[in-house]
Structures are given as structure tokens and as C-alpha cells.
Design a protein around this ligand. Sequence first.
Ligand SMILES: [Zn+2]
Length: 70
Amino acid sequence: MAEPKKKLSKTRTNLRRAQYKATDLEVTTCTNCKKPALPHVVCPHCGFYNGKSVTQSAPTKRIVLDQESK
Ligand SMILES: [Zn+2]
């Protein structure tokens, strides 16, 4: 495999990496609730994705202690 002829100095490496900058997040609007949401991510406000509700409300498990004692 091809190898670099010389070792790149820390300065050169850091100067190159200094050009890497964070970019703003691309925010879209939810098709269901019209609130801002990240693309390709389930809406944090209403739990819809691709027009469908994908978040499950946890089934309420109620342990009735009275039935066990009877
Ligand atoms: Zn939404």
C-alpha cells in the first residue's frame, strides 16, 4: 500500500483539522403537529414518524394486591 513519504507534523495536522467546523442542524417541521423536528427522527412532540404514531404508550401494569390475598 502507498505510504506517505514524510510524517505529517502536529502543526500541519492541526491546521488541517482547524478547518473542520460544526454545521447547523437541519430542522424540518413535523407533518403531524407542524412543530420543528429533526429529519429521519421520530417527532419528540407527538411521536409520529412517516405519518404514523410509532411510540407505544407503556401498558399500565397494576398489581392488585387485594386479589392475591383473597
Ligand atoms: Zn410531531
